[in-house]
Every structure is written in structure tokens, then in C-alpha cells.
Design a protein around this ligand. Structure first.
Ligand code: ZN
Length: 203
């Protein structure tokens, strides 16, 4: 399986990183080896002094598809989740400066937290879902999927123009404002529509 991530999908997050608003979705891939195994602690890698959390709504692909029309996109996913796109921001900034790919900063081992999955029917309108991240009990990111520049179905259609989507692939739909650094002993908890989706201890 692969993990397809969307960058710059929330206006306020684009502003906080002083990025330009893209004319098309920004896409990058994390390898399957980047998934943090269930219940495991996250160890800050020694190659970074500035690892950031980015909470994101996830979509699990349930059927193979290519060139998916936006109106048929809902047929390609049954479950919605929540996760963290851990990012070695110091490394990413250096790579961005040089115009190089971000993979090392985004695709390293354990850089993808994937929480539990909820059937989409249970959630109602997926374009109107509240989600949040708490760090040590304090809310640090809090948003709603209605704030996405590109909505889930548009993303699926766009991504499938370039990459065949396969059963089990996961889409990270981008992070809202409020990203920040993690430190040893932090506890990160994610909520989607009031439901606790994951808890990660940082070491
Ligand atoms: Zn992200």
C-alpha cells in the first residue's frame, strides 16, 4: 500500500508556513514503512531537532481506481480516520530551499500515525467534520473539513489522474493551522467528531 499526502490544503496553515497558495493540490508519498505501529511510542529521530505534528483527516481507499470522476469518488472509500503527518521541519526547510524532494523529512520510519477507522455513514457529511489534536491535554489544532481548499472527492479524482489508487491506500488530506514541535514526554491525542482516534507518546 501507499500513503498519498496532500500539502497546503488549509489556508491558515499555508499562511503560518509562509507558503504560496498552490493552483493545484500539492502531493507527496510516504512509504508503507513510515506507519507507526499500533500503540507504539514515537521516537524523535536523531537527524532532526524540529519534528512537527500535523493532524490530518485520513481516507482509506476500498477499491482500485484510476481517472476517477469526482462524482464517483465516494464509491472508492468506506472509512474515515485521523492521523499525524510527522514532519522533520528543519530538514524539510533545507530541502525546500534547494528545490529537492521532501521524502526524507516526511517519509522516515514512524512518520505516519494512523488511528482507528470509522465507517463514513456513521460520520454524516464528511465535508463538515470537526477534528482536533491535543498536546498534553491542551488543544493545539482544531478545524473542520469544510475548510479544506480541495475536498475529499476532488482530491481522489485529482490523485487518480497520476496514481492508480489501490485497496488499502491511505490519503492524508492536509493539516490545518497550529502545527508545532514535539518534545520527549509529549502525549498527542487526536479527536474526530468527539471520538478519540489515537494517542501517541513521544520519546
Ligand atoms: Zn501534512
Amino acid at each position: 500500500m501507499k500513503i498519498i499526502c496532500i500539502g497546503r490544503n488549509y489556508t491558515e496553515h499555508i499562511a503560518e508556513l509562509q507558503n504560496e497558495k498552490p493552483s493545484d493540490p500539492v502531493i507527496f508519498i510516504k512509504p508503507d514503512s513510515s506507519i507507526l505501529k499500533n500503540q507504539h511510542d514515537f521516537y524523535i529521530p536523531e537527524f532532526s531537532k524540529d519534528v512537527h505534528y500535523e493532524v490530518e483527516v485520513l481516507v482509506k481507499i476500498s477499491k482500485v481506481g484510476k481517472h476517477i470522476d469526482q462524482k464517483f469518488a465516494p464509491k472508492y472509500y468506506k472509512e474515515i480516520g485521523l492521523g499525524i503527518d510527522f514532519t522533520a521541519r528543519d530538514l524539510q526547510s533545507k530541502l525546500k530551499e534547494k528545490g529537492l524532494p521532501w521524502e526524507k523529512a516526511k517519509g522516515f520510519d514512524d512518520a505516519a500515525v494512523v488511528g482507528k477507522w470509522i465507517p463514513k455513514e456513521k460520520l454524516g457529511d464528511i465535508n463538515n467534520l470537526d477534528f482536533s489534536l491535543l498536546k498534553n491535554g491542551q488543544t493545539v489544532q482544531n478545524a473542520n473539513t469544510s475548510l479544506m481548499l480541495w475536498k475529499v472527492d476532488e482530491l481522489i479524482s485529482y490523485i487518480s489522474t497520476f496514481f492508480t489508487l489501490k485497496t488499502g491506500d491511505i490519503i492524508f488530506t492536509g493539516t490545518p493551522a497550529g502545527v508545532g514541535k514535539v518534545n520527549p514526554d509529549d502525549v498527542l491525542e487526536g479527536y474526530l467528531s468527539e471520538e478519540k482516534m489515537f494517542s501517541v507518546n513521544v520519546k
